[in-house]
Design a protein around this ligand. Structure first.
Ligand code: 13P
Ligand code: SF4
Length: 301
C-alpha cells in the first residue's frame, strides 16, 4: 500500500479530519480534507463533528483547534513543528507589557502560544487583523503582538494608534525590499503579492500590488490572468497556486523562503500520527478557558 493510501486508511479508521496549512509539503496537502490559512483551518476545526483532528501545521494551530473544540482529540504529527514568530513573546513578557499599559486592549496574532492567548482580549489572523483591530472600542489603547510588520500594516489599514511588539517571523523577515525591487525589474509586467509578515511589506509597499493572507493569495491565484506573479511568502503555497492556475507562472520572491517548522511533517508522520495516536495536544483547562474568548472573537470576525 502507498503511504497516501495508508494515510487515507487510517483517516477512515479513526474517523479523523486531516487539516493542512498552505505551507505544508505538497504530498501532505494532497491527502488533506481541507487545506487553507490559519483562519479557515481554525473554523474547520471548531465546526467539525469528527472525533479526531489531525493538524498538519504547527503547534499554535493545533492548540487553537483544541481550545475551540476541547472534546476532540487533537493530534500534531511532529512536536518539533513550532513557530519562530510565536517564540518571540512569552506570557511573562506580555504580563509585564500589560502592566505598563493598564486598560489597554491586547490583540494577539494567532501565531502565539496558548499561554499568551490566555492573556489576550482578541486574537486575529493575517486575513482578519484589520477587522479585529477596528472592533476595539475607539479611544482604547491597543497592544498588538507579536509581528511588527503585520502590526505596521494594520496600523496603516485602520488608522488606529497601536503599540507594537517587535517580533518577527524568521522566514518572512528575511524577504527584503531590495529583493522585491530587483525581482520587479527582472520581471516587468509581473504582479507582486506579499504576506503581511514580510520584512518587505511595509517599506516596499509601492512595489507590491496586494498584501494578502495565504488564502487571499490562493484566491488571487485562481482569478489572475497575469502571465507572471511574484509571490513573497513561504514557498509551500506555490503548489496550490500552480494546481489551481496552470496558465500563470508563479515565481517565489526567494527560493530560500522555506519554513523549517512547517516542513517538519511528512506523510510518514501523518500516517504514524493517525495510527499511533500521536502527538496528543492538550491545553490546561484554565489556560484554555482564558484563551477561548479571544479566539471566539477571532473566528467570528
Ligand atoms: P496565514 O494565516 O496567512 O496562513 O499565515 C500563517 C503563517 O504562519 C504565516 O507565516
Ligand atoms: Fe511561524 Fe514564520 Fe513558519 Fe509562519 S512561516 S509558521 S510565522 S516561522
Amino acid at each position: 500500500m502507498s503511504l497516501e493510501a495508508e494515510v487515507r486508511h487510517w483517516k477512515e479508521e479513526r474517523g479523523a479530519l486531516l487539516l493542512a496549512h498552505n505551507y505544508q509539503r505538497p504530498e501532505v496537502q494532497d491527502v488533506a480534507d481541507f487545506v487553507g490559512d490559519s483562519l479557515y483551518l481554525s473554523r474547520k476545526a471548531k465546526d467539525t463533528d469528527a472525533p479526531v483532528i489531525c493538524f498538519a501545521g504547527v503547534r499554535f494551530m493545533a492548540e487553537t483547534a483544541k481550545i475551540l473544540n476541547p472534546d476532540k482529540v487533537v493530534l500534531l504529527p511532529d512536536l518539533a513543528a513550532g513557530c519562530g514568530l510565536a517564540d518571540s513573546i512569552t506570557a511573562e513578557q506580555l504580563r509585564t507589557w500589560k502592566s505598563e499599559h493598564p486598560g489597554a486592549a491586547v490583540v494577539a496574532y494567532i501565531n502565539t502560544s496558548a499561554e499568551v492567548k490566555a492573556e489576550a482580549d482578541y486574537c486575529c489572523t493575517s486575513s482578519n487583523a484589520a477587522k479585529v483591530v477596528s472592533s476595539v472600542p475607539a479611544g482604547q489603547e491597543i497592544l498588538f503582538l507579536p509581528d511588527v510588520f503585520l502590526g505596521e500594516h494594520v496600523r496603516k489599514q485602520t488608522g488606529r494608534k497601536m503599540h507594537l511588539w517587535v517580533g518577527d517571523c524568521p522566514v518572512h523577515a528575511k524577504l527584503r525590499p531590495e529583493q522585491l525591487v530587483q525581482a520587479r525589474a527582472e520581471h516587468p509586467g509581473a504582479e507582486v503579492i506579499a504576506h503581511p509578515e514580510c520584512g518587505c511589506s511595509t517599506a516596499a509597499l509601492p512595489h507590491v500590488d496586494r498584501i494578502l493572507s495565504t488564502d487571499g493569495m490562493v484566491r488571487f491565484a485562481e482569478e489572475t490572468r497575469a502571465p507572471v506573479v511574484l509571490v513573497a511568502t513561504e514557498v509551500g503555497i506555490l503548489h496550490r497556486m500552480r494546481k489551481l492556475n496552470p496558465t500563470t507562472q508563479f515565481l517565489p520572491l526567494s527560493e530560500g523562503a522555506v519554513c523549517p517548522y512547517m516542513k517538519q511533517i511528512d506523510l510518514t508522520d501523518v500516517r504514524d500520527s493517525l495510527a499511533l495516536n500521536q502527538f496528543v495536544i492538550e491545553v490546561p483547562a484554565p489556560t484554555a478557558a482564558k484563551a477561548r474568548l479571544a479566539l471566539e472573537r477571532m473566528v467570528a470576525a
